[in-house]
Unconditional design. Structure first.
Length: 110
């Protein structure tokens, strides 16, 4: 079955290992990123084994999909080093806000 991810850059981390920091202004050493990923896998994989699911070799495998619909703009992406990905732009809900009240006007004398 094909799988797609639909969401902002925050919800869809880049496919890289170790997973990058979401705070790029903090220069985290690669050893610390790898250590954090290992800790996450040590928590996730026993649960996956318990439910007879395939374990994850890398944390990025949690987000494997056939198409990633990044509904943001490159300038607003939480992760700036994604490589070549396609951005679809913002996806705004049409049911938010209030309906506009348009002014009434005429084009000339009645």
């Amino acid at each position: 079955m094909k799988r797609a991810f639909f969401g902002t850059g925050f919800c869809a981390p880049p496919q890289m290992s170790p997973m990058p920091t979401i705070r790029p202004w903090v220069k985290a050493p690669s050893q610390r990123l790898q250590s954090s990923e290992n800790k996450a896998l040590q928590t996730i994989n026993p649960v996956l084994e318990k439910i007879d699911a395939s374990i994850l070799e890398k944390l990025m495998n949690l987000f494997d999909c056939d198409e990633n619909f990044l509904t943001t703009f490159p300038e607003l992406d939480h992760y700036q080093d994604r490589g070549s990905v396609r951005y679809w732009g913002a996806c705004m809900s049409m049911d938010e806000g209030v309906n506009p009240v348009w002014p009434r006007f005429t084009l000339g004398p009645d």
